[in-house]
Design a protein around this ligand. Structure first.
Ligand code: BMA
Length: 313
């Protein structure tokens, strides 16, 4: 491995794999998808779709190989419902999906958007056709949240990103019933100054369980004179006490380089919300929004990411 710039994420040659032009109804943009592997091996992406008012909803796309041949729901799969959930007035965004074996359901955690700002909502589903909505579980300003797949002791754990003035750090909170959350703890803090992950960070995909701990891909937002740059970094957390950070890389591992990542509705953004793991147990397929305009795929090896953390953190 070169000391210079080891490539941990490999872009798919068919990128971007999904764009607004693929949609069965008129939309502005498709990006920031959550991902799940269904029991029959189908890859499901729950895509954030921005309509031509600027409001987002979620729409499922299914593919046998996770790369092409997508079958996209003819209508929005999960729409904002501001009558019952006023926090969804201006849309729902950026879903993270976790398979929860105890419930035999997928937990979809997404961002709500309204006058109050962004918040975090939860819905459970078995099939991505019908959803049991729990409503808002974290009040504004909060986003970039995912449920951990199983209880730690008696408690469910939610990773999320509240905003505190100029700071936005990654937190973890606990609940016995998925509705009432407490024992809030900081999990990873943004750095300061000129760092790539200064001031504002957030969880990207749900954490990846490994024998060595929870591998977390997170985004950092660097504010420059020309705008923000969204890049990705790696950290490892204790399996039993996930607020305990074991390793954190100093350098970003993936950032906007290709034209579809550099230019779009929001320039210079790579923003993954989901992954699937291949049957080898090692290859991650990371689905990410590119420049808030399209959906792209990068693959990486869990083992290589852990080795990188061993060498660099
Ligand atoms: C973040 C999120 C993402 C978006 C990104 C870049 O704050 O809201 O949905 O992709 O900004 O615009």
């Amino acid at each position: 491995m070169s000391n210079q710039h080891p490539e941990l994420f490999h872009r798919h040659k068919l990128n971007p794999i999904l764009t607004a032009a693929d949609w069965p109804y008129p939309v502005n943009s498709v990006f920031n998808p959550g991902a799940a592997l269904l029991p029959d091996g189908t890859t499901l992406l729950l895509c954030r779709v921005e309509d031509r008012r600027g409001h987002s909803h979620l729409c499922a796309a299914r593919s046998a190989n996770g790369v092409d041949g997508w079958k996209i729901d003819a209508e929005p799969t999960l729409r904002p419902d501001p009558v019952h959930f006023p926090e969804e007035l201006w849309g729902i965004e950026d879903p993270r999906i976790t398979w929860v074996p105890e419930l035999r359901k997928f937990a979809v955690v997404f961002t709500t958007f309204s006058r109050e700002g962004p918040g975090v909502a939860l819905a459970l589903t078995e099939d991505f056709h019908s959803f049991e909505r729990f409503g808002e579980i974290m009040s504004p300003d909060d986003k970039d949240a995912a449920l951990m797949p199983s209880r730690l002791g008696d408690y469910w754990a939610l990773i999320h990103r509240p905003v505190n003035g100029p700071e936005a750090n990654i937190w973890i909170s606990y609940s016995s019933d998925l509705r009432h959350w407490g024992s809030h703890k900081i999990m990873l803090a943004a750095r300061r100054g000129s760092w790539w992950d200064a001031n504002k960070i957030g969880l990207s995909t749900p954490p990846v369980e490994t024998a060595r701990g929870w591998l977390v891909i997170y985004h950092g937002v660097k504010i420059t004179g020309a705008g923000c740059i969204y890049r990705l970094g790696l950290a490892l957390f204790d399996l039993h006490t996930p607020e305990k950070c074991l390793k954190r890389g100093d350098e970003w591992v993936f950032g906007p380089e290709e034209p579809y990542e550099r230019q779009g509705d929001v320039d210079n953004v790579v923003f993954p919300c989901g992954y699937t793991v291949n049957s080898d147990g090692d290859t991650l397929n990371i689905y990410y929004g590119a420049a808030d305009s399209s959906i792209a795929l990068a693959t990486g090896s869990i083992r290589a990411m852990l080795e990188w953390l061993d060498q660099r953190a």
